[in-house]
Design a protein around this ligand. Structure first.
Ligand SMILES: Cc1cc2nc3c(=O)[nH]c(=O)nc-3n(C[C@H](O)[C@H](O)[C@H](O)COP(=O)(O)O)c2cc1C
Length: 189
């Protein structure tokens, strides 16, 4: 059921790093992106795939993780993503990339979830350094990095409390809690 898949598709930030994700799996996930909607059907998005320790090591240092978890610097060695899909905008095909890349990111992550994987969209990226380290030509804008792997953490959805705090938090057992606003609050008419 789609609802079950969407509930399972949380942002995961700790992984079994040694459980590899192969290049064919990444290609299948990008094929889901390829089939997703695109404004004016311009299809301006391009992708960089990474699933080797060497290439992954070029990407990881340029990502910022879980801004609300102030005491957590991000996943430690052994719990880092086994793969990445970097979403690029081809500036020769479009001047702006609207919500195309959000849609494709969700297609990819739902597909990953269906395969028993998980991931996280990362927009907080040191783009200039990443471009340099991966030799990304200037024709491409770096839009979003998707971190992927076999999740090594439990993520629980809860309802935002009366104080309205939307910050996710981690309990003493390491469970990551994500408050979501109630349905009646977000349907306003
Ligand atoms: C556009 C976008 C950018 C995001 N960027 C980051 C990021 O830079 N670092 C990070 O750790 N999480 C990032 N996230 C994940 C969000 O923090 C996460 O979606 C939110 O906490 C809700 O959790 P959930 O995805 O499990 O529902 C991003 C999510 C979206 C949609």
């Amino acid at each position: 059921m789609l609802r079950d898949l969407i509930v399972k598709n949380r942002s995961y930030r700790r992984f079994f790093q040694e459980q590899a994700v192969d290049i064919d799996t990444l290609r299948e996930l990008v094929d889901l992106a390829r089939l997703s909607p695109s404004a004016a059907n311009l299809q301006p998005l391009k992708y960089i795939l990474s699933c080797t320790p060497e290439k992954n090591a070029l990407i990881f240092p340029h990502l910022a993780w879980a801004g609300y978890l102030k005491d957590w610097p991000g996943p430690c060695e052994g719990e880092r993503p086994a793969a990445y899909i970097i979403i690029l905008g081809d500036k020769r095909l479009s001047e702006s990339f609207g919500c195309d890349y959000g849609i494709t990111a969700q297609s990819i992550l739902l597909g990953a979830t269906e395969k028993g994987l998980g991931g996280c969209m990362i927009a907080s990226v040191e783009r200039d350094q990443l471009r340099k380290d991966l030799d990304v030509p200037s024709d491409y804008e770096i839009l979003l990095v998707l971190a992927l792997g076999k999740p090594k953490e439990t993520v629980a959805i809860e309802t935002v409390g009366p104080a309205g705090d939307i910050k996710y938090w981690r309990d003493s057992e390491g469970v990551h809690h994500v408050p979501k606003r109630p349905l009646d609050e977000i349907i306003i008419g």
